[in-house]
Design a protein around this ligand. Structure first.
Ligand SMILES: *Cc1c(COP(=O)(O)O)cnc(C)c1O
Length: 427
């Protein structure tokens, strides 16, 4: 496989854009080499500028659950674009997407649209602070909630990949109000709440962590969190930007039977266009301007194109059998990878919830940030490069989740497993 054009474009991009990319992990720094520049994508495939074809498990980092260029979404967008691309005034489309979200998530009574997951979590936290009159927030190590100041403390995703969990430029005064606790550790949380429980506005969590690979909540962990936050009058926020409409139609809260006070969404609800949303209990959401005093706004929020892509995507996902199909394909992939590892004698820990997964190169179980960090990232890089050269596009970091779409076929998965087998043999 040749990547001449990508290489040339990358050196050009670096002249104009910091690191040549508009989001750090895209640059392939942790796996070496240079990024592939994409020309187009369709179904389970992406095609790069050099004419190479890949089975895609990045899926724009999660949103493309129906596969790329899903015809219904594309056609709806074509019709929508003729009507104007932004008005800065309300439309019926916004009501429709809000209605669909609310009917999928019983804990969400009202919802506000924004333009990214970062905005959603940042705004939800502002509302939680206003509602409780408290400043401190609790998050968990390795959970990524976007790049707003107070949340960039021991964050996952690119922050973990690059080993700079605390970004310079975040005022110490902000970071002071962010308490970081180990994921899956209820004791640590209890101890902290004993001390400062009445000063904490919210606990925010990725219920399934997708930004340090894919880490599942231990049995009872989320339930205990729900109970203990209630006890201290703390707003419990589920960041379902990645898991919403991914691990189940109603997200991780449907899967684990939790009723959070607030929920953040993004990725899939935009169907590949820039969207985020935050919602929750009515008494909390009524704090938001112009109904209440908490200010939050957006020139392009509720954008008609983004709403259209979201509506078409969620409507398709609501049809029966979609998540069962994803589960079946994901199981096929899981079994194939585990078997390949066993045959090749490569130690891995494969974790998965629905169509979201990670292959950790480690001989122990992964339950939190520290155990995830024990993974052999050099080995991952070698694996990644081998898979890429065989036409399989994985996320270029050990600490990112992989995704499946409904466009991935039985033979896509078989071909992927074949590439995994060959790659494992060379490790
Ligand atoms: C992707 C992601 C975000 C950030 O969303 P952006 O749209 O990239 O700003 C926040 N939280 C979680 C859990 C995410 O996966």
């Amino acid at each position: 496989m040749k990547w001449f054009k990508s290489k040339t474009l990358y050196s050009r991009a670096k002249r104009y854009i910091p690191g040549g990319v508009n989001s750090p992990v895209r640059a392939f720094r942790s796996v070496g080499g240079y990024p592939i520049f994409i020309k187009n994508a369709s179904g389970s495939r992406v095609y790069d500028i050099d004419g190479n074809e890949y089975i895609d498990y990045v899926l724009s980092w999660g949103p493309m659950i129906l596969g790329h260029s899903y015809p219904k979404v594309v056609n709806a967008l074509k019709r929508a674009v003729e009507k104007g691309t932004s008005y800065g005034a309300p439309t019926e489309l916004e009501i429709e997407l809000a209605r669909i979200i609310i009917s999928a998530f019983p804990s969400i009574k009202m919802v506000r649209m924004v333009n990214s997951g970062t905005e959603a979590t940042m705004s939800a936290i502002r509302v939680a602070r206003a509602y409780t009159g408290r400043d401190k927030i609790i998050k968990f190590e390795g959970c990524y909630h976007g790049h707003s100041d107070g949340l960039l403390v021991k964050a996952g995703s690119g922050a973990t990949t690059f080993g700079v969990p605390d970004s310079p430029g975040v005022p110490r005064d902000y970071a002071r109000n962010t308490i970081n606790l180990p994921f899956n550790n209820i004791k640590a949380l209890r101890k902290t709440l004993n001390r400062v429980g009445r000063d904490v506005a919210c606990v925010i969590i990725e219920p399934v962590v997708g930004n340090m690979g894919c880490i599942l909540p231990k049995d009872g962990f989320l339930q205990e969190l729900r109970a203990v936050t209630k006890k201290y009058g703390i707003i419990f926020i589920f960041d379902e930007v990645m898991t919403g409409f991914r691990v189940a139609y109603g997200g991780a809260q449907e899967l684990y039977g939790i009723n959070p006070d607030m929920t953040c969404l993004g990725k899939i609800i935009g169907g590949g266009l820039p969207v985020g949303a935050y919602g929750g209990r009515k008494d909390i959401m009524m704090q938001i301007s112009p109904e209440g005093p908490v200010y939050q706004a957006g020139t392009l929020s509720g954008n008609p194109l983004a709403m259209t892509a979201g509506i078409e995507t969620l409507k398709t996902l609501s049809k029966s059998g979609i998540y069962e199909k994803l589960e079946k394909r994901a199981e096929q992939l899981e079994d194939g990878i585990n078997e390949a590892a066993k045959r090749a004698g490569v130690k891995i820990y494969f974790s998965r919830v629905g169509s979201m997964f990670c292959t950790y190169f480690t001989d122990r179980e992964v339950w939190d940030y520290n155990s995830a960090k024990m993974s052999d990232t050099k080995r991952f890089s070698k694996f990644f490069r081998s898979m890429l050269s065989k036409g399989i596009n994985l996320a270029p970091s050990q600490f990112e989740a992989g995704f499946l779409s409904t466009a991935h076929t039985f033979s896509d998965i078989e071909n992927t497993i074949k590439a995994v087998r060959e790659s494992f043999r060379t490790l």
